[in-house]
Design a protein around this ligand. Sequence first.
Ligand code: ZN
Length: 53
Amino acid sequence: MPVMASDDFSVHTDDCDRFDDGMPISDLPDEVGSIDDLDCECWSDFDSLADIE
Ligand SMILES: [Zn+2]
């Protein structure tokens, strides 16, 4: 499940250590249109958005 960081609203995987006390979210934000929109390297294990959801 993706997690949204509370400080900068970046989105991370739930095993990433960079979201601090973030909030689990069930759906990716509308702004995220491709895997390239997810900046953090914690997403590098995924090939596409379809693999996340
Ligand atoms: Zn991350």
